[in-house]
Every structure is written in C-alpha cells, then in structure tokens.
Design a protein around this ligand. Structure first.
Ligand SMILES: [Zn+2]
Ligand SMILES: [Zn+2]
Length: 764
C-alpha cells in the first residue's frame, strides 16, 4: 500500500513575480498531488499531499525545473499531517510581518514573447511592451512592496479583459505577471521632434519613423528600461562624430547594440563565455576584442583608438523591433551630457537632451529608478563584472556570515554604489555614478531610501570611506542614531574581493588603483595589505612620488611622467625624450613645483605609474576619461613579449617597490629604439613580477599563501592574467573578482563585509 504524506515547503530567494506559483501549481498537479501554494513575506510557501514517492519527486524537481528568472536561496520542508485535500489551489497572498521576499532584476525578453512579437496572428504582434512572468521590467518599475501591480509604474494602466483573464489563470504564462499588457490596454510609443511635437501621426508607425531617423544619420533619444539611450547608426562616421560633439564626450567608447550573437561575432571575437554573457537574460554590455577586418562596419568615432568594443543584444521588445527596422548595428549610449547621470524622466530628458537628440522615441510607462546598462567582460572563462547595474541589481549577494545588525555601506566617490545588508544578504545597489554633483548625490540618497523600504532594512551600523571630503562620507556622518565605522579604501577593496569569493582571509591583499585615502593622510593606490575582514596592516607599497598639481596630474599623465623621471634620474633627466619635448614649456615649472612639494601630494598610486609610462611612450599626455591612458597602454602591449623590467624591492617594515626603476628601464629601451609595443609589454610584465616578488617576501614573513587582487588597475586583463599566472606558478591561491567590480563599484560590498565582521567580533 502506498503511503500518503503531506509536506510543508518553503522557498526563499527571488521567487515572486517570476512565475513561481504557476510553476509549483503545474508541477504538483502533474504529479497528482493536492495542496496549496502561496506568496508571503518570506517568499513562496506550499503544502503538497499525496503518494510519498510523488512528494519526493516534487521536492527534487522544485529546484531543478524552477522558472528562468527564479533564484532560489533555500528550500526547506517539514512533515505535516495529511488533510485529505481534494485539489491543488493557489492561496491568497499574505502581506504581514517582516519582509524577506526579493525583487527580481529586469530581464530580457524571453523566447516565448519574441515568438509572439513576430507572429502576425498573435494579439501582441509587434507590440513593443510584450512581457510575461519569465521576462520584462521588474526593478526599474517597482515603486514599493509587496511586488504587486499597484506598486509598479504599470498601476495607471487598467488591464483589458483578455489581459486580466491571462493574469488570473494559473495555467497561463502571464499568471500574476505584474507588467502584463497588450496593444489594447498597455503603454504606447510616441515619436516627437526635439520640441515635443509628434512626428508620426495616424497610421504611421512611430517605430518605423524612428528607424528612418537613425538611418538618415540623425541622433535619436530612446526611452528604454532604466533610462534614455542616445542612438545613432553605428556605421555612420558623421552621425557618431556629431553625437560625440553634442554630448561633449571626446574619446570614451560608445556601446553598440547588435541584433544577435552572430552579428556580434562578425564584429568581435566572441568565445563561449562571452556568448553566454551576451545572450543571458541580464543582457549586459560585453567588452570584446574587435576583429580588425570588421573595422569599416563600425565608424571610427564609436570607440576611437580602442581595440575593444562594448556590444550588447536587444533586451526589450522595443529594441528588438527598432534594430530590425534599422537593419544595422546602432550606437546605444547613455542619455546624458558628459558625466551627468543618465536621464530617465521624460521632462528631464527632454530638457537635458534637447540639444543632442534630433528626435525622441518615448513611451508612457514611467521608469521609477534610473538604472544604467551593466558592463562585463569574459576573463579566464568566467564573468568579470565591470559595472553592476541593470539586470543584476537588486539581486542580493550571500554573505558568508549572518550580520548581527543591519548595515548600510556608503561606498566610495567614483563609480559609487551603496550596499544595504541584513542577516546574510547584501543588496549592492545599481550603479550610482561619480558622487561629484548634487544630482548624483540626490540619486544616491533616494536610492538608499528606496532600498530601505523595498528590503525592509533599518540600518544600525553605517560603514564609510576614511576620506573626509567624500560626499558619501559626509552623508554617513549626517545620519542620526546609527553607529559609524570607517573603512580604509584599499582594505574595503580587499574585503570586497574576499566577500566576492566567499572567503574570510587573512590574505595578502594587493590593492592597485588610482586614488584612495590612506591612514596617514597621503594618497594610497599601490598597496600590499595583510588583511582579513576586520582589520589590515600595510605590508608593502609602491614608493611614493609627488603628483605635481594634484588633480591636474591625474588629468595630464605627462606630469606623472615628469615626476617619475625626476625620481628615476636624480642627476637629471636625459635630453631627447619625446615626452619632455612635447611638454617643453611647462616641464621645468612642473618639476620644480614637485621638487619643492608645492601642491604636489605624495602618492603610491599604481594608476599614476601606468599613466607615467603611457605618457613616456607617447600614448597620451592628457586624458578625456578616467583610466584612458592605462587602457591604451594595455592595448599597445605586444602580448607575445615575455621579458620584463626589474623593479627594486626594498626590505623594511613596509616593503617598497621602486616604480621609478620601471620608468627608467622603459626610457632606456625607448632611447635604444625598442618598439613601443615591446616596451609596454615589458612594463606590464615588470609590474607583475614585482607584485609576485613582494607577495613571496610577505609569504615568508607572514606564512600566508592566498593573494587577493583588487582595485581598478586589475581591470587591465593583461596585467591580471600575467600576475595571476605568476602567482599560481609560485604556489599561491589567487582570488580575483567576478560578481562585483574590482573597481570602486565593489567598495560598498567590502565596507559592508568589514562592518559586519567587526560587529560580529564585538570590535565596535
Ligand atoms: Zn516573456
Ligand atoms: Zn490588454
């Protein structure tokens, strides 16, 4: 005789608004089970009753066959007394209690919806807002919790009868799909000129007219999922150059949207990992090496002087339709002027983009929260996130240890993200941007409030950078009734890498970046730390050099070349260096200023060392965006070159690397007429060898065998690959970033991990 049992099942994670209940319903009924399924504040609960074998099968398949957007954290089951229930039902939602249910990230249009989009017999044929429980907008339209249509920007659209029937039918793919809509009841697109006057009227298809705008070489502003894009024909030099001019963006590459992975493969080298990233439902921009032979298909002004291209595939039905109508790759860059935050509200977009866009493709579904496109690259067969935003946020990262008290981590200044964390979940925010102006600060503060409400987190502990002038530090200091904990910038980088790898340390942490406030008040950035999650000691660093003119030295790498050459040649810099000749007039005053220590703060920054060598090699004397000189130096390097320069590694309590040795070696090779490609490679190899040598010395001293690499300099794949190889060969375990950026976008996670660890060990 078969045994009848009843099991209570609880599923936690991203399980609401992703079609989980209908999935449970159909799984249970297909196995002949009775019972119920419902949503509550923790996620999804279910009770299943029937033959013991069928219940076991149900539990096994629950995780294996979960809907595509579900991310299951935990499934727990308990044995209940059988009730003799006759059918399986979907129970009403329960909204009381502490909220632990999660909100899904936005997701690219699924295959089923794309099929409907292309089917003339379907009622959503060519409808730019088709979506279902497996795809569509989520985070960007949610205004509050619980996740319900009334608390999304779809609340103003009343479902038609047909949509309502789908919405209420547990067997339908659109059961409780909150953004469900159709041409009869949902949002509409509108094409206007820059002044707001409609351009397509009556039977004119606004999308076809919009495509014509792009094909004619004009600039089109397109309202997307998390904000506005500025779009031009990627093959038109005239259009791309015009967009650059109007956006005041000189060299920073534009992202390009292509219809599918095959089109991406014609422009760039797409390996299996990259292909997976391109086609994932997160749909990030993927940085890919260009195929030289595909050069003429993409205008030079799209990514000037760059051997890589940022490609993405369409992620909304509107993008799919537009791309099909344009019939060639399009530039899709953020809708802003230079470094301002991306425009996402219609009135604001109209005002700020009026001087840039010739026409606007709008729609009437509001974007609640500004969310930029995410940027990733494939590194060593796995994903390395460069900017974690749309498609990723607000998915939590699991912390290795549950927090004692809820934490807010305020992040850094550039590429800011914040992180709210509770128990074992860390919600790293979408990309906020550079906290250098009032608008970004407002975006930061409203973002924190939004996350607090969505995830029901009342922070008691607040982590911040040590830099007293960062707006994020000031924000923390202004909060009432919370305990503050300062986390040194590079310690936060290493802690972020530990958290990214689910590790505790201690490790040898190598934090190489541009700028971070040191505990001694100087600017750090080429640091070797002995670190765990609570504390660190500075065990080594690049030898300090002056930054002549402070911030001016960041904007003008030739100034760093001057400072480094002065250190490399104490008896006088040799004549004939091209960098000196190019900057002849200002050279003497700048070196004199540095020598006298006037407005020349000392730095151990690795970013500045890369800048110096880039200027020395004539890559560039001034930059137009952060990291430009280093990026171009990496691309210049001949990757087949194996030799490397030697830097002196000095002993002492804090081990020093003499970076000026590398600059001198490069200058001498240059004087010998060695190719710049070879010199760039030898410099990279030299930095890698110096890192390995210092790690080996620290292993002797501290007995540590694990190295964590973090900081924006490790976005340099040539350096990271070389140093990772060397360290592994020397017997080290190497931790690198994957889920959060190695740049300052990952700082907030590290701060949260440090705050939590200090709290757990009662060190506060
Ligand atoms: Zn769908
Ligand atoms: Zn409808």
């Amino acid at each position: 005789m078969k045994e009848t049992i009843r099991a209570g099942v609880r599923v936690e994670g991203v399980v609401q608004g992703v079609g989980f209940r209908p999935f449970v319903y159909s799984l249970a009924t297909s196995l002949g089970l009775t019972g119920l399924v419902g949503n509550d504040v923790d996620g999804v609960f279910a009770e299943v009753e029937g033959d013991a074998e069928a219940v076991a099968k149900f539990l096994a398949l629950l995780e294996q066959q979960a809907p595509p957007l579900a991310r299951i954290d935990r499934v727990t089951s308990t044995r209940l007394r059988p009730q003799g229930s006759a059918q399986f039902v979907i129970a009403a939602s329960e909204h009381s209690g502490e909220r632990r249910a999660l909100i899904s990230a936005d997701s690219a249009t699924c295959a089923d919806c794309l099929r409907e989009l292309a089917d003339p017999a379907d009622r959503r044929y060519r409808y730019p807002f088709v979506n279902c429980t497996n795809c569509g907008p989520r985070f960007t339209i949610v205004t509050g919790v619980p996740y319900d249509r009334a608390l999304t920007t779809m609340s103003s659209f009343r479902m038609c009868e047909q949509c309502a029937a789908e919405y209420h039918d547990p067997a339908d793919r659109r059961f409780h799909a909150q953004p469900v809509c159709c041409p009869a009841c949902g949002p509409r697109v509108l094409l206007t000129d820059a002044a707001g006057a409609p351009l397509a009227r009556g039977d004119d298809d606004p999308l076809a007219a919009a495509a014509a705008v792009i094909r004619a070489g004009h600039v089109l502003a397109v309202k997307g999922l998390g904000g506005y894009h500025l779009v031009v024909d990627a093959g038109s030099e005239e259009a791309a150059a015009a967009l650059r001019g109007r956006k005041h963006r000189e060299d920073k590459p534009f992202a390009v949207m292509v219809p599918d992975a095959a089109a991406a493969g014609r422009l760039c080298v797409v390996d299996e990992t990259a292909r997976g990233l391109l086609t994932s439902n997160r749909r990030p921009i993927v940085l890919l090496p260009r195929r030289p032979e595909a050069g003429d298909q993409i205008a030079v002004s799209v990514a000037p002087g760059n051997s890589h291209l940022g490609l993405m595939l369409p992620y909304t039905p509107l993008h799919h339709l537009l791309l099909e109508l344009v019939g060639r790759p399009i530039v899709a860059t953020s809708g802003n002027v230079s470094d301002e935050p991306i425009a996402y509200r219609d009135a604001d977009a109209r005002e700020r983009l009026a001087g840039i866009a010739d026409a606007f493709l709008l729609h009437d579904r509001a974007i609640h929260i500004r969310t930029d496109d995410s940027v990733v690259r494939a590194a060593g067969g796995r994903e390395a996130v460069v900017r974690r935003s749309r498609g990723y946020a607000p998915e939590p990262l699991r912390l290795r240890h549950a927090l004692r008290r809820p934490v807010l981590a305020c992040g850094a200044e550039l590429k800011n993200t914040f992180c709210l964390a509770k128990q074992d979940r860390a919600f790293v925010s979408h990309h906020i941007g550079d906290l250098e102006n009032a608008e970004t600060l407002l975006s930061f503060a409203t973002g924190v409030e939004h996350f607090r409400r969505l995830f029901d987190i009342e922070p008691e502990l607040v982590a911040h950078d040590l830099h007293p002038d960062y707006l994020s530090t000031k924000y923390a200091a202004d909060l009432d009734g919370v305990e503050l904990t300062g986390v040194q910038h590079h310690h936060a980088h290493i802690a972020s890498c530990l958290a990214d790898n689910d590790a505790d340390g201690p490790v040898i942490g190598v934090a190489f970046d541009g700028t971070g406030y040191g505990t001694d008040g100087t600017i750090w950035g080429g640091e070797f730390l002995i670190a765990d999650l609570t504390t660190f000691s500075r065990a080594g660093c690049l030898e300090q050099v002056p930054m002549p003119g402070g911030a001016a030295a960041i904007r003008h790498p030739w100034r760093m070349a001057a400072a480094y050459l002065a250190a490399a040649y104490p008896d006088g810099v040799p004549d004939g260096l091209a960098v000196l000749q190019r900057n002849d007039a200002a050279w003497a005053p700048v070196t004199a200023m540095a020598a006298r220590g006037i407005n020349s703060p000392l730095t151990s920054s690795a970013g500045r060392l890369f800048d110096a060598v880039a200027a020395l090699l004539g890559v560039r004397d001034s930059i137009n965006y952060e990291g430009q000189a280093a990026i171009e130096l990496e691309q210049l390097a001949d990757q087949s070159e194996q030799a490397g320069y030697q830097a002196t590694v000095s002993g002492g309590e804090v081990v020093g690397i003499r970076g000026s040795d590398l600059v001198r070696a490069a200058a001498e090779d240059l004087a010998l007429g060695t190719s710049r490609h070879i010199i760039a490679a030898r410099f990279h190899n030299g930095v890698a060898s110096a890192i390995t040598a210092v790690c080996a010395a620290l292993r002797e001293r501290h007995g540590l065998h694990a190295v964590a690499l973090s900081g924006g300099v490790f976005q340099n794949l040539l350096l990271t690959t070389t140093v990772t190889g060397q360290l592994a060969e020397a017997g080290f375990t190497v931790l690198t970033h994957s889920r959060v950026p190695c740049n300052d976008g990952g700082i907030s996670l590290g701060q949260a991990a440090v705050a939590g660890a200090r709290d757990r060990q009662r060190l506060l």
